[in-house]
Design a protein around this ligand. Structure first.
Ligand SMILES: O=C(O)CCC(=O)C(=O)O
Ligand SMILES: [Fe+2]
Length: 210
């Protein structure tokens, strides 16, 4: 683990091969880097195959970006909004993803895609699997910034009883191995009574897409 991202509280396995790394990172630099990224590739909702739009505005950085349109979900080397390559993944992001993965035993993680979601108060993310990547031996590394959230783990069923994990600014989750294909969701984001000025939650997921 690098000194930059050493955890303050202890790591827990919240579900088989799903790890919570509380306060693993500071988020000031991450926010600044997101500001730079969205100047080149703004947050946007994307059309979905069922004729709707994604609930959550999103963007990407890295060699590949997750995209959705009427045809389906996939990874693309270019931003459909601009036709340009996605912004380069900042080295700081790459180091963070690697050190989080390595901290829980995924030593060869190499993210080539980085999806950034923007949640406002009242928004949520429905149950889904992250399954558009090619190599399911590689984990997902997920970083929470801003407003708290409740992350739900359903396991191999889409719904039913969930394990609920509270996620706060700076928390990182890593899931891989037998959890890699788990169904997961984010419950409706609420205002933070400890910080009423906070308006958004950002989530960055690092993926090995190819
Ligand atoms: O926002 C989160 O914590 C999870 C996001 C997620 O599951 C996704 O982007 O696929
Ligand atoms: Fe996901």
């Amino acid at each position: 683990m690098s000194d930059l991202f050493s955890g303050l509280r202890s790591t827990t396995e919240v579900y088989p091969q799903t790890f919570l790394l509380p306060s693993f990172t500071q988020t000031k630099m991450l926010r600044q880097l997101i500001v730079t990224i969205i100047k080149q590739a703004p947050f946007r909702k994307m059309a979905t195959p069922n004729g709707h739009y994604t609930n959550i505005p999103l963007t990407n950085c890295g060699d590949w970006g997750w995209v959705s349109d009427e045809q389906g979900y996939r990874y693309s080397e270019t931003d459909p909004l601009t036709g340009h390559p996605w912004p380069t993944m900042p080295d700081y992001f790459y180091q963070l993803a690697n050190s989080a993965a390595a901290a829980v035993g995924f030593n060869n993680f190499s993210a080539d895609a980085c999806l950034i979601n923007q949640y406002k108060i009242g928004s949520k993310l429905g149950s889904h699997q992250d399954k558009n990547e090619r190599d399911f031996t590689q984990p997902i590394v997920s970083v929470s910034i801003g407003l708290p959230a409740t992350f739900q783990i359903f396991g191999h069923r889409r719904s039913g009883k969930a394990v609920e994990i509270n996620l706060y600014d700076g928390d990182v989750m890593v899931w891989g191995g037998q959890s890699r294909m788990m169904y997961h969701a984010v419950k409706t984001i609420k205002a933070n009574p400890n910080n009423p000025a906070q308006r958004y939650r950002y989530n960055i997921t690092f993926r090995s897409s190819q």
